[in-house]
Design a protein around this ligand. Structure first.
Ligand SMILES: [Zn+2]
Ligand SMILES: [Zn+2]
Length: 69
């Protein structure tokens, strides 16, 4: 999870200021366009991932939350 430190616009809506980068494709995302996912590892360790809608649904980029339905 990488925080945006510069003034850049969200790469999805092009409307809001981006606050975080997508962990899948490095697209800057605003608060409305980001998706959080929690990846858990054995011993109770949980990693927070942030994705754009595309990567959130992409099983290759988000194997733990991806679109197995
Ligand atoms: Zn946005
Ligand atoms: Zn992405």
């Amino acid at each position: 999870m990488r925080i945006v430190n510069e003034e850049i616009l969200c790469g999805v809506c092009q409307n809001e200021r981006a606050i975080i980068f997508c962990d899948g494709c490095d697209l800057p995302l605003c608060a409305n366009c980001r998706f959080f996912d929690l990846w858990g590892y054995g011993c109770g360790h949980v990693d927070t991932k942030v994705f754009c809608q595309k990567c959130n649904d992409d099983i290759k980029k988000n194997p733990y939350g991806g679109a197995i339905k």
